[in-house]
Design a protein around this ligand. Structure first.
Ligand SMILES: [Zn+2]
Length: 384
C-alpha cells in the first residue's frame, strides 16, 4: 500500500516537472508565434459525431440525428463569429458529414494552439425515451451523479468503433477516478476558464434563448480531457424529448441556440482576450460583464497586482492610484491585492482595471475564512 502511494506521488512529481518544462517550451513557442502572426484568438468548433456515427437518433421521427443538428449549429455559429468578431479565427473539426476521431479532434485543437475548444452535441435519455429536457454544458471533471456519467459514456462510446482504439485511448479510462484526476491535473490551468465559458453559455441559453438550463456539469469526457486549452462540451437539448427535438430541428430553434452560443463566446473573448493594437473588441469591455454577477457568499475575491520582497504601504500612491489595496505576508514575500468582492464577475472587471493601470499580469485570487483557496476550486462549487 505504502509503495503504491509512493509511486503515485513520484509519478505526480515527475509529471509536474515535465508539465513545467513543457509549459516553458509552450510559453516560448507561443511568444514566437505571437510575434509572427497577428495572433487572432483561435476557436475550434467541434460538431459532435458525423459520418457513420450519427449520435443519438432522438425519437426517430426525423431523418436528422444529433450529428446533423450539431453540424448545422456549428457552421452557423462559425459564420456568425466570422462576420462579427474580426479578431477571432474559427477552425472546424468537420464541415461535412464525416467522422473525425475523438483523438483527431483534440490533436487538431492542440496543434493549432487554439484558445478555446467548443464541442457541440445533443442529449438523449438512456433507452431513447423520457421527458427530460434542457441544455447542459460540461467541463472536465468527476461526474457527481449517474446522469452525468451516462452522458460521458454515451459521448465517449464512439471511441470503441474506431480502429486501434486500445492503443489510441490506452491512458483514458472515464470510469476510473484516478484516471480522471490525473487528467484534471494537466487541465488545472484551463478549468476556471472552461467553467467561466460554460456559465456564460448556460446563462445565454436561459436569458437570450428562454430555454431551460440544466446548468454547468462535470464529466470525464475525452475531448475535454485531451484538449490543452479551455474546453467545453455543450448539449443543446434532448432529442429524446419530442418538443425539444421539434425545437432543435426547427430553423428558429437552431438560430436561437446559435445566437446564444455566439453571445457567450463574444463575452468570453471580450473579457479574456485583449490585443493592444486592436480596438474593435476592446471597446465593449468590461461593461457587459459588470451587468452580471456570480456570487459566492463565503468567498472574498481580490486581484493580485504585485508580489515583492519590499514592504510597501497599501496606499493608492504606491499602486498607480488604485485604492482598496491590501497586503499579505508569505515568508519573505509581500503580496498586494486590489479590491474585495464576493462577485467573481466583478473581480474579473477589477482585473481589467488593474491591467489598464499597467499591472499586466494581474489575476484573481480567492480567500475563504482568511485563507487563500484555489479559484478553480471555488468555481467548481457551482458545478453540478
Ligand atoms: Zn454527442
Amino acid at each position: 500500500m505504502l509503495n503504491l502511494i509512493f509511486s503515485f506521488d513520484y509519478h505526480m512529481k515527475t509529471k509536474s516537472a515535465l508539465s513545467f518544462v513543457s509549459f516553458i517550451i509552450v510559453l516560448t513557442f507561443s511568444t514566437l508565434l505571437y510575434g509572427q502572426d497577428n495572433s487572432k484568438f483561435v476557436v475550434v468548433l467541434d460538431a459532435g459525431h458525423g459520418g457513420r456515427d450519427s449520435g443519438t437518433p432522438g425519437t426517430k421521427r426525423y431523418k436528422s440525428a444529433e450529428k446533423d443538428i450539431a453540424l448545422d449549429v456549428t457552421l452557423a455559429l462559425g459564420k456568425l463569429i466570422n462576420r462579427n468578431l474580426p479578431n477571432v479565427k474559427v477552425l472546424y473539426t468537420r464541415t461535412k458529414d464525416v467522422y473525425p476521431t475523438l483523438n483527431g479532434r483534440a490533436v487538431l485543437a492542440n496543434e493549432k494552439k487554439a484558445d478555446l475548444f467548443i464541442s457541440i452535441h445533443c442529449n438523449a435519455q438512456p433507452g431513447g425515451k423520457g421527458n427530460a429536457y434542457g441544455s447542459e454544458t460540461f467541463v472536465l471533471g468527476l461526474h457527481k451523479n449517474a446522469a452525468n456519467l451516462e452522458v460521458a459514456k454515451r459521448e465517449n462510446s464512439v471511441i470503441y468503433q474506431e480502429e486501434n482504439y486500445e492503443e489510441t485511448y490506452k491512458d483514458f479510462n472515464p470510469n476510473s477516478t484516478e484516471s480522471i484526476l490525473t487528467l484534471m491535473l494537466a487541465q488545472e490551468d484551463y478549468l476556471d476558464h472552461s467553467i467561466e465559458l460554460a456559465n456564460f453559455i448556460e446563462t445565454e441559453f436561459k436569458v437570450t434563448g428562454k430555454r431551460k438550463s440544466r446548468g454547468v456539469k462535470q464529466a470525464g469526457l475525452y475531448v475535454l480531457a485531451y484538449t490543452y486549452m479551455p474546453s467545453v462540451l455543450v448539449e443543446l437539448g434532448f432529442l429524446t424529448n419530442r418538443r425539444e427535438e421539434d425545437y432543435l430541428n426547427s430553423k428558429k430553434g437552431k438560430q436561437i441556440m446559435t445566437k446564444s452560443l455566439f453571445n457567450a463566446i463574444k463575452k468570453y473573448v471580450n473579457i479574456n482576450y485583449k490585443q493592444s493594437t486592436n480596438t474593435s473588441i476592446q471597446n465593449e469591455t468590461p461593461s457587459d460583464l459588470s451587468k452580471e454577477s456570480l456570487i459566492f457568499e463565503d468567498i472574498v475575491f481580490k486581484v493580485q497586482v504585485a508580489a515583492s520582497s519590499r514592504k510597501l504601504d497599501p496606499k493608492p500612491y504606491n499602486f498607480k492610484g488604485l485604492n482598496e489595496i491590501s497586503r499579505a505576508n508569505e515568508g519573505s514575500l509581500y503580496k498586494y491585492f486590489y479590491g474585495n468582492t464576493s462577485d467573481y464577475f466583478e473581480a474579473k472587471v477589477l482585473v481589467e482595471e488593474a491591467k489598464a493601470k499597467g499591472y499586466q499580469s494581474s489575476f484573481v485570487v480567492a480567500f475563504k475564512d482568511g485563507h487563500q483557496v484555489k479559484v478553480a476550486e471555488v468555481l467548481k462549487s457551482k458545478v453540478n
